[in-house]
Design a protein around this ligand. Structure first.
Ligand code: F6R
Length: 613
């Protein structure tokens, strides 16, 4: 989604802003722009398309007062909502008197009525965006004090924003504010970098301040002040960002998605580090801390999430019911937030999110909290809004995920759910022996993942045989049913092939009608409680001419007789199988996208973190 980078300091500002925007490219965007304060006023440039187009449009030959040197500037990547991705709709937007410039993430919900009000006051507009309305509104209130004008304007606004604003007559002042859209202030030596994502900050500093909703900051070369948007001063702590620049670079891989798929053994080892005590036979989850009693006493769990995180939640439903014996439901956050959900005493809500910023998940979490639920976050991005708003939580620690298609976060989410389920189970029904067996199995997962990933080139070859097929089915049962859903989602989002994921037995209630000769059908067919039944489903597809691609257990000779292609995974206990079976499906999707010349890391229409409804 949209991205913001703003800078106050003494470095060469234009390359710095462009570099910052490139760090945010992975989040998805369709136009970009920047504003630099020069001695002769603002230099504003905007362009539809990639950042390289903006870069090419920038006239760096400007000299004298107009030279593109300055100590203050801001830049933006836009993901179109109000109006198509054109130069005119790109940010920054100036007010109609050219006094104030604004970049904005989020949505101004009452932009139409504000526009009418401003039009009646004689203002005019040159774009279709809600952001320009806010820029004009700030301009309307502006009387020489930008912070004041922003505060007055935000009082009139309904909706969400992360924003940065500059005023021509206050050349050393940057004003930033947030509600519902993240904004982080990086605090360097004599410089400040504001961004909507820490990825644009870490090459300058790892010291950051996270703004909360309804907070703002006024930043000048000598320092910054933080306050609420109602002008009440707030003191903010400086935090350390956990990840390094190296982690957000390609490191020799062709794509971030491939890098992140192959990083999974290490990412999962990091996720497990310090949490599995084999010696004592216990699970250690520091993030639950003071809430551990309430967690163990939970009588019902509601998992809320979107997309891949929702699939991980479906695996969680099995884990919490199977291991911890707690009734569990998994809810699409976008639906949950608008229902009238019943939250009884003893309900624990788990919000699962890689980014920790997904608007629907955040809103669902707030809804559940308002109704009295205990809230836990399973989040990757440290310091993100969901992580800060939950009562307690467990970070994934799988490192930053840059590829738009979520891969390592999915496995991290399942590992964390497993550990949480085990820690509850052990304090209720689970014997030490069963726990030990589970822990022994989980610590083997990173090495077992490495073995699965070795099949990447054969997965590529098989994928190539079916690359022109426009319809695929992914089927699984039990713990592997969410994996089938995830395999289908991965394929469609990055290769634009239509794919459907289903619990295998559901196939004959309708989707079996789709099967025609040669149609690729992927079965997640590892040995386990439902293996025999799944073999029956495979025969049903074969009988109709479908081509069977199976993900099966090592040493299963029979499956080679019924499937056209087999990828194998090492044996593990059934609850942990998704951590291995999902890997061939991630690789299949990746290779399909590359074979079809798709932009793997920046698939069309998608954004890494969906911060609007
Ligand atoms: C799919 C994908 C999305 C996200 C979803 C939730 O590959 O990445 O479906 O899983 O948008 O995002 P987070 O986990 O950041 O809340």
């Amino acid at each position: 989604m949209c991205g913001i980078v703003a800078y106050v300091g003494n470095k060469d500002i234009c390359p710095l802003l462009l570099e910052g925007l490139k760090r945010l490219e992975y989040r998805g965007y369709d136009s970009a722009g920047l504003c630099v304060g020069t001695k002769a006023g603002f230099y504003v440039k905007r362009a539809a398309g990639r950042i390289s187009v903006l870069e090419a449009a920038i006239d760096d030959k400007m000299h004298g007062d107009k030279a593109l040197v300055g100590n203050i500037g801001m830049a933006h990547t836009r993901w179109a909502t109000h109006g198509p991705p054109t130069e005119c709709n790109a940010h920054p937007h100036m007010d109609d008197q050219q006094r104030v410039a604004l970049v904005h993430n989020g949505i101004i919900e009452n932009f139409a009525s504000l526009k009418q009000f401003l039009t009646e006051k004689g203002h005019h507009f040159s774009s279709e965006t809600d952001t320009e309305v806010l820029a004009v509104l700030i301009g309307h209130f502006y009387q020489g004090d930008l912070a004041k004008a922003v505060q007055l304007a935000l009082r009139e606004v309904r909706g969400t924003y992360g924003l940065a604003a500059m005023a021509v007559s206050e050349p050393d002042t940057l004003v930033v504010a947030r509600r519902g859209s993240p904004l982080i202030i990086g605090v360097g030596k004599d410089e400040y970098i504001v961004a909507s994502d820490a990825a644009a900050i870490v090459e300058h500093t790892t010291q950051v301040v996270y703004l909360n909703d309804n907070e703002m900051a006024v930043i000048r070369p000598g320092g910054f002040k933080t306050m609420t948007t109602d002008d009440i001063p707030v003191t903010k702590a400086i935090n350390e960002v956990e990840f390094s620049l190296q982690q957000i670079e390609l490191g020799g891989y062709e794509h971030f998605m491939l890098k992140e798929i192959f990083e999974q053994p290490e990412a999962i080892a990091n996720c497990l580090r310090g949490r599995v005590d084999l010696h004592e036979g216990r699970v250690v989850l520091g993030g639950i801390g003071a809430y551990s009693r309430d967690v163990v006493r939970a009588r019902r769990i509601i998992i809320t999430a979107c997309g891949t995180a929702w699939h991980a939640g479906l695996v969680g439903e099995f884990l919490f019911e199977d291991l911890a014996k707690i009734p569990t439901e998994v809810e699409y956050a976008s639906e949950f937030r608008y229902r009238n959900p019943i939250i009884e005493e003893g309900t624990m809500v788990l919000a699962i999110s890689q980014s920790g910023e997904t608007a629907d998940t955040l809103a669902a979490l707030r809804e559940a909290k308002d109704r009295g639920a205990l809230s836990l976050g399973i989040v990757n991005a440290v310091g993100s809004t969901i992580a800060r708003e939950t009562d307690a939580g467990i970070y994934l620690h799988v490192g930053p995920e840059i590829g738009v298609a979520s891969t390592k976060a999915f496995c991290g989410q399942i590992v964390v759910e497993s550990l949480l389920a085990l820690s509850i189970a052990r304090r209720k029904y689970m014997s030490q022996n069963v726990l030990n067996e589970f822990l022994q199995a989980i610590i083997k997962i990173p090495d077992q993942m490495r073995k699965v990933l070795e099949q990447s080139s054969s997965i590529r070859d098989v994928t190539a045989q079916y690359i022109h097929r426009e319809n695929w089915l992914f089927l699984g049962r039990g713990y592997n049913y969410p994996v089938a859903l995830e395999g289908a989602l991965k394929l469609k989002e990055i290769s634009y092939i239509h794919a459907e994921g289903l619990p295998a037995a559901e196939m004959k209630h309708g989707p079996i009608a789709l099967i025609n000769p040669g149609m690729p059908v992927v079965f997640v067919a590892t040995r386990g409680s439902q293996y025999e039944k799944l073999l029956g489903n495979i025969q049903e597809v074969k009988a109709r001419g479908g081509k069977i691609i199976a993900v099966a257990s090592e040493g299963d000779d029979y499956i080679h007789r019924v499937a056209d292609h087999v990828f194998t995974v090492p044996e593990t206990i059934e609850p942990l199988q998704p951590l291995l079976t999902v890997l061939p499906l991630q690789l299949l999707a990746y290779h399909a996208a590359v074979l079809r010349n798709c932009n793997v890391d920046k698939p069309r229409n998608l954004a890494k973190s969906v911060t609007v409804e």
